[in-house]
Design a protein around this ligand. Structure first.
Ligand code: FAD
Length: 266
């Protein structure tokens, strides 16, 4: 199978990159075809601006969704963005490897998503009408592919547990899992999270890398997080709210968008 690994750490010798390399080595030894994009190494341009739309007349306002849609439709995206989209289309699975910075991904990776996820490619896909709200959340350009996060975090597991002060890790990663990956169609696998990363020693690295390698060996067998599909009948259109018959009325928040979270789907 074909796998794209995108990593975001400024230090080539970092723990995050060492784990990325362990994952890549395991995948390659398993005969997978792997491409690696190290965003710092290639000097990825992070912020969306006018230079992303060279065909946009100087006299026109920059309305990003419209400019993005036109550039995508006419083949006028910049070369780096078009190449990254080709990589995403090529790959059967996407892995994003990054340190948790301020409860999210580093800016350079967010900037990769902002620029690569063009209108018509990752959003604004499919029919938008009174009865259909596009192909997204389980459908879309990247449907049928898998995605997974490798995340290093300074905090302890308990800090990210159900009652931990930082909030549950599932909740913190929900915007990436559900909003960035499930939205354009990916089946999203449970993340590989390394806690207390700053305290990692050689022995712990060995056991952590071994656990990560095990996850790599089951990349195409692990069950995805069962997010509810937008067009699977659980949501009313156009309000996009969960129908009462789909989920218990008192179940709200992120968990409500995961099937079987209230036992109703069993
Ligand atoms: P590194 O600094 O590269 O390495 C960590 C340790 O691993 C070092 O001691 C290193 O010697 C050791 N190590 C062991 N084996 C190896 C090996 N084979 N290769 C390399 N190193 C090895 N944490 C949170 O929990 N939540 C946050 O919101 C958060 N926000 C942050 C925001 C910023 C701006 C920053 C800078 C940090 C933040 N942190 C946060 C902490 C951050 O998540 C960790 O610092 C980071 O995940 C550690 O990973 P690293 O790859 O940078 O580790």
């Amino acid at each position: 199978m074909k796998i794209l690994v995108v990593s975001a750490h400024p230090d080539p010798a970092s723990l995050t990159n060492a784990l990325r390399d362990a994952a890549v080595a395991e995948l390659r030894s398993d005969t997978h075809d792997v491409r690696v994009t190290d965003l710092y190494a290639i000097g990825w341009k992070c912020a969306v601006d006018r230079r992303d739309f060279p065909a946009l007349p100087a006299s026109e306002r920059l309305r990003v969704p419209a400019a993005s849609s036109a550039a995508f439709a006419t083949g006028n995206l910049t070369k780096d963005v078009a190449a990254a989209q080709d990589d995403l289309l090529w790959a059967d699975a996407l892995i994003l490897a990054f340190p948790l910075w301020w409860f999210s991904m580093p800016a350079i990776l967010k900037g990769w998503i902002d620029r690569v996820y063009a209108c018509g490619f990752a959003y604004g896909v499919g029919e938008h009408s009174e009865t259909r709200w596009g192909d997204r959340y389980g459908e879309g350009t990247l449907a049928g592919k898998r995605a997974m996060l490798i995340v290093t975090a300074g905090g302890w597991p308990s800090h990210y547990g159900p009652r931990g002060i930082n909030g549950p890790i599932e909740d913190l990663l929900f915007p990436i899992h559900h909003g960035v990956l499930f939205y354009p169609g990916y089946d999203v696998l449970p993340p590989f999270v390394v806690y207390r990363a700053d305290r990692m020693d050689d022995a712990t690295f060995g056991t952590t890398a071994a656990a990560l390698k095990r996850r790599m060996r089951t990349l195409f067998e692990t069950s995805p997080i069962p997010f509810r599909r937008q067009n699977g009948g659980d949501y009313a259109i156009p309000s996009m709210e969960l129908r009462p018959q789909a989920v218990r009325a008192d179940l709200t928040g992120f968990a409500a968008h995961i099937a079987m979270s209230d036992g109703k789907d069993c």
